[in-house]
Design a protein around this ligand. Structure first.
Ligand code: GLU
Length: 508
């Protein structure tokens, strides 16, 4: 029987969604779309101590912004509601008790002090990672060591307890990961993880497996940091008797620091001044701020394309993919095993490509918004013209204005460096003649005409245009480099051009 493909993104609302989480969501989305399946979002909030207000909304807004909205979620519930684990709390106990009944889990009554004492004992005996496991549990207070009557009495009296999984002592646990192939782990390396906490909340492991089962999840696509938990999850499927519908696992490669040494962190981002979160975020508890790709001026198309390539490639040289094209091209087989370096320059490159692909009219809107921030105005037609010549030099929408202010504001000062190297009597001579040529000409002012008149002014003085070109630019824009100068002349207009040249000649 072919089941409908159902995948899920299962974040915990403990803060801003890291860009690695966004990639996980994107891959789940692509896989679901590619296979005509469903993409679910489940909020894993069983650890109430780590709950951060606003984190859930942040996750929702980030996915909505990027256009990878889940088919089923707390905000768009379907048959498997509720989609928040805290709201599913009453469901989990029966599953834990089922495992106790089958002999795959047990009650444990150890106090915090007793657990600490065990750890100290083991550390003193030079055990490297002290654990509650198939060996140590025999010396602890649990339903495997205490007489049945006593266990019953303790439970009846309301004594706090947890339910732990009973990991077998000698068993090879295998799973066939879609990215990593066969992964084999010996059960002696696993510990008896808590499934039910003393407050009646399930732990991540129990809730995650129960929910994936109940929600009909067919593929678990998640970060590599969850690979160590996967053998435990495989055992849980087996003990519940759900092996035949166990999802296939695909553990995504880590995102690495720009130099490839270790996991990408917020600290790297702060150090290098780039974002690792989709949108701005301020932690309501600590007040810590983090910058977002969106507010830095990254376009959603660029971020999607960039993220898709962090671990996946189409197998040929194509690099530009819309979301729909990614759906078409995506396959888990083409996800790599090894970690991917986070190269922010690639993200910028994508942004430049998508920015340039926009129409001048679309770019004009960005430009008008930026101009308005400075309390100025520019009409749509002029904004489109400015955008058309500035876009080749822009990485972000804000650059259209940041790098192009001279288009609306005449320079009041001039780049001293360029001035000392390039400003000379020849330049002044040509510019004075140019002003006369411009004033005398009555034809429509075009880039070609602007160029022809400038050439005429240079030639009539026997001066090579190439030698004074940068000085001309300096006079009109205030700086030594920029977009096509003749196009600039026409956009600012002949009168303004004359005024600027006269000001430069009298000032410089
Ligand atoms: N709640 C886990 C997380 O925060 C989900 C891991 C999984 O996908 O199984 O990433």
């Amino acid at each position: 029987m072919n089941r409908e493909v159902r995948v899920r993104f299962a974040p915990s609302p403990t803060g801003a969604l890291h860009i690695g989480g966004v990639r996980t969501a994107l891959y789940n989305y692509l896989f679901a779309r590619k296979n005509n399946g469903k993409f679910l979002l489940r909020i894993e909030d069983t650890d109430q101590t780590r709950f951060v207000p606003g984190a859930e909304e942040y996750i929702k807004d980030a996915l909505d912004w990027l256009g990878i909205t889940p088919d089923e979620s707390p905000w768009n519930p379907a048959d498997c509601a509720p989609y928040r684990q805290s709201e599913r709390k009453p469901m989990y106990m029966q599953y834990a008790l089922d495992l106790v009944e089958k002999g795959h889990a047990y009650y444990a009554f150890d106090t915090a002090e007793e657990l600490e004492a065990m750890r100290e004992r083991l550390t003193a005996a030079r055990v490297v990672s002290p654990q509650y496991n198939s060996i140590t549990r025999t010396q602890m207070k649990n339903s495997l060591t205490l007489p049945e009557d006593e266990v019953k009495a303790r439970l009846a009296s309301g004594e706090p307890y947890v339910i732990r999984i009973k990991i077998p002592r000698k068993e090879e646990v295998r799973l066939n990961d879609m990215i990593r192939g066969w992964v084999m782990v010996h059960s002696s390396t696993l510990d008896d993880k808590v499934l039910m906490k003393s407050d009646g909340m399930p732990t991540y492991h129990l809730a995650n497996i129960v929910d994936d089962h109940l929600m009909g999840i067919t593929h678990v696509i998640r970060g590599e940091e969850w690979l160590p938990s996967a053998p435990l999850h495989v055992l849980l499927y087996k003990y519940f008797g759900w092996e035949d519908t166990m999802p296939q696992f695909a553990h995504l490669p880590l995102l690495l620091k720009p130099d490839g040494n270790g996991k990408l962190s917020k600290r790297d981002a702060d150090k290098h001044g780039f974002p690792v979160f989709p949108m701005d975020w301020q932690d309501p508890n600590t007040g810590d701020k983090a910058m977002g790709f969106r507010e830095q001026g990254y376009l959603k198309e660029a971020l999607i394309n960039f993220l898709a390539f962090l671990g996946w490639n189409p197998g040929d040289h194509r690099e530009m993919f819309t979301l729909d094209e990614l759906v078409e091209a995506f396959s888990i087989e083409r996800i790599g095993k090894s970690g991917t370096k986070f190269d922010i320059n690639k993200a910028k490159w994508y942004n430049e490509q998508y920015l340039r692909a926009k129409t001048d009219e679309e770019l004009a809107v960005y430009l008008q918004n930026e101009v308005a921030k400075d309390g100025l105005e520019v009409d749509a037609e002029k904004a489109a013209k400015i955008a058309s010549i500035m876009k080749e030099r822009a990485t972000f929408p804000a650059d259209l204005w940041k790098e192009g202010k001279f288009m609306l504001i005449a320079p009041q000062s001039f780049d001293q460096d360029v001035a000392s190297k390039k400003w000379n009597q020849d330049a002044v001579t040509v510019l004075n003649s140019y002003v006369q040529e411009l004033a005398a000409d009555t034809a429509e002012f075009t880039p070609e005409l602007a160029k022809a008149l400038l050439e005429k002014a240079a030639e009539s003085n026997g001066i090579k245009l190439g030698k004074i070109m940068q000085a001309v630019r300096l006079a009109v824009t205030g700086v030594g480099a920029g977009p096509d100068l003749m196009a600039v002349f026409v956009i600012i207009g002949k009168d303004e051009l004359i005024k600027r040249i006269q000001f430069a000649v009298s000032t410089l």
